[in-house]
Design a protein around this ligand. Structure first.
Ligand SMILES: NC(=O)c1ccc[n+]([C@@H]2O[C@H](COP(=O)([O-])OP(=O)(O)OC[C@H]3O[C@@H](n4cnc5c(N)ncnc54)[C@H](O)[C@@H]3O)[C@@H](O)[C@H]2O)c1
Length: 414
């Protein structure tokens, strides 16, 4: 199916960015929100994104004008009755999303695809609220959508294979990089990223290192932004919500660091209100230290020596678990983590990184961590199987990837 016209429900940050991406590719877009005035705010965001391109000399004012002709706003979802694809980007609440899809189900032709930009909610549950579960799918853009190439395509239990194929073609047509991910809590990128971010907070609350030390080491590793700067930018309330959804699904290994909950309780939401792990509107207040001390007293957390490997191996182990669950292929896991998180391209993603370290060395270190730090580091069974079978990584030519084959394909010179 070819998408000729797109509807976006929700004119907030993501809805507006997605509308801009679709119009940039030349598609007409209708943005709907609860009122015309709010929907108009989405149009203004689209204009601002284009204006920034004009200001940087990347397009002309006339081209901006042409693009803006493609986007219209409405305070009524019935304006979406003739679109081929609806992308839902309302607030992260399952009942609300089901309500929106139920309403659309009654007005859109049966062939219209309903996609949700949810970060963590169940696509299958959204599909079940409609009479077209085969046409309901996750289409997860990353923030800011105009700059981030990755789109996770997440079929639910009842989604037709054709719908997933259509969304891969659609994502490519709007110049995005689609990765199909089997439905699981947090999908692929947020699941792996949160294992890493949560570990950073655990290190901090234990007193293993300061925010700045942890951030500096991760920047030195090659991450584009430190974990606490990223958490503050995403919003600590949103991060905590995602962490709780992951905990509910994956159990104790994903239990949110207590300090994150304490920060949210204390009203520290990150950049959006000026206070998070860092202060954005004034000098440091000592509040983070006070809360960390409180958590340490209450949890009895003992400090272990700081090592960046804790964060990186938490992500690698989660990647191995996702691979063994068939959430995505090894190649797609690495591509998604590079495109979705900026995992250092020189290291080519967490699974290539593990191959470089040696899968046997990764297994050994995870075993150590699970005994000395916490059972949350219990190694993915896949790692043990790989080591037993000699798939120990780059140094033996085969691990998550085959290096002999790569060498042969390249003419045997590498
Ligand atoms: N913000 C991010 O970084 C990010 C990244 C990826 C995915 N997401 C997901 O995208 C979705 C939207 O997030 P956001 O940050 O843009 O939210 P937001 O709060 O900025 O915007 C939500 C919009 O939905 C509108 N809305 C609420 N109920 C509605 C209804 N019944 N009909 C029409 N519109 C309605 C609100 O008026 C608001 O304009 C969420 O599911 C979120 O998890 C967010």
């Amino acid at each position: 199916m070819y998408v000729y016209k797109v509807g976006v429900v929700g004119a907030g940050a993501m809805g507006a960015q997605i509308a801009q991406v679709a119009t940039y590719a030349g598609l007409p877009v209708v943005i709907a929100d609860v009122s015309e005035a709010i929907a108009q705010r989405g149009i203004e965001t689209v204009r601002r994104i284009y204006q920034a391109r004009v200001d940087r000399g990347k397009m002309t004012q006339d081209q901006l004008g042409e693009k803006m002709l493609l986007v219209t706003a409405s305070g009524d979802v019935s304006a979406l009755r003739d679109v081929d694809l609806v992308i839902e980007a309302v607030s992260e609440n399952l009942a609300l999303k089901q309500h929106v899809f139920r309403e659309l189900d009654a007005i859109c032709p049966p062939g219209t695809i309903f996609a949700s930009n949810t970060s963590a909610l169940s696509i299958s549950a959204m599909g079940s609220a409609t009479h077209r579960p085969g046409k309901v799918i996750g289409l997860h853009f990353f923030n800011p959508a105009y700059a981030m190439p990755l789109v996770e395509i997440v079929p639910g239990l009842a989604t037709d294979a054709e719908t997933a194929d259509d969304m891969v073609s659609f994502a490519e047509s709007i110049r995005k990089l689609p990765i199909v991910v089997k439905e699981c809590a947090g999908f692929l990128v947020n699941r792996l990223l949160m294992a890493y971010l949560n570990e950073a907070i655990l290190c901090l609350q234990e007193g293993a290192a300061t925010c700045k030390e942890i951030e500096q080491d991760m920047l030195t590793f090659g991450m584009p932004v430190g974990p606490f700067t990223l958490l503050d930018a995403v919003g600590l309330d949103i991060s905590y919500d995602v962490a709780r959804i992951l905990h509910e699904s994956y159990g104790p290994r994903m239990a949110p660091a207590a300090l994150l909950g304490e920060l949210v309780k204390a009203g520290r939401l990150g950049v959006k209100n000026g206070h998070g792990f860092y202060e954005y509107d004034g000098p440091e207040t000592g509040m983070l230290q006070t809360l960390s001390d409180k958590v340490r007293r209450e949890t009895g957390a003992v400090s272990a020596p700081w090592q960046p490997a804790r964060l990186l191996l938490a992500m690698v182990n989660e990647a191995a678990l996702a691979l063994q669950e068939g959430i995505a292929s090894a190649r797609d896991i690495d591509v998604a983590m590079v495109a979705g998180t900026g995992f250092p391209t020189g290291k080519e993603g967490p699974l290539h990184y593990a191959d470089g370290l040696g899968v046997d060395a990764v297994l050994h270190e995870l075993e150590e961590f699970s005994q000395t730090l916490s059972p949350r580091f219990w190694p993915a069974p896949l790692l043990r199987r790989m080591v037993a079978a000699g798939f120990t990584g780059k140094h033996t030519g085969r691990g998550f990837f085959s290096y002999e084959m790569a060498a042969q394909a390249a003419g045997g010179h590498s």
